[in-house]
Design a protein around this ligand. Structure first.
Ligand code: SF4
Length: 174
């Protein structure tokens, strides 16, 4: 069966909120439009947020977060840049594998819109404590909106007094 991604290149993207901290994101840029695979990925990934109309899918697998767009796949953070080619290959293999197995996967176009970063920000603890690695709660909200960070990385949201905030944010994504 033909592969969906035959050619791609990848880039390292420095953490723009903390330039120089040695953490990079891997951005895979397929030559082909991968949007046909998004409903299948939406079916099998965890914690997905899917905007079918605008072809944006955010989801996780093995506790790693990914964001898919027609010509772009963003993967989580790496600290060892020599690891980037392997990360890119693994992502491409994963997408091609799902595409090749698509007849055995029930596609899903169940949509959960990505909430606006400012709507997320409004219900964060807004302590700007930086325990999440972001320079501020707003920076965290922007990253969460873009699928570059997980909600669990805001440590304050695990505290009992912030359970209502966590529930509100979870509701924004449902
Ligand atoms: S850990 Fe939570 S409260 Fe602290 S800066 Fe990050 S988002 Fe804000």
């Amino acid at each position: 069966m033909a592969k969906l991604i035959n050619n791609y290149r990848f880039e390292l993207e420095e953490d723009h909120h903390h330039p120089g901290n040695g953490i990079f994101g891997v951005v895979v840029l397929p030559a082909e439009d991968i949007s046909p695979v998004l409903p299948y990925l939406n079916s099998i990934l965890n914690d997905t947020t899917y905007d079918h109309e605008n072809k944006i899918l955010i989801g996780s697998s093995d506790k790693k977060k990914y964001a898919f767009r027609p010509y772009e796949i963003r993967a989580g953070s790496i600290t060892d840049v020599s690891d980037a080619p392997r990360v890119a290959i693994n992502i491409v293999d994963f997408v091609n594998n799902v595409w090749e197995r698509r007849e055995s996967i029930k596609p899903s176009i169940k949509e959960r819109k990505v909430p606006a970063a400012y709507d997320i920000y409004k219900v964060l603890p807004r302590k700007n404590c930086r325990q999440c690695g972001c320079s501020s709660c707003l920076a965290f909200a922007v990253k969460l909106h873009a699928g570059e960070i997980g909600l669990d990385q805001c440590r304050l949201l695990t505290a009992p007094e912030y359970v209502p905030n966590r529930e509100k944010i979870t509701a924004l994504f449902s």
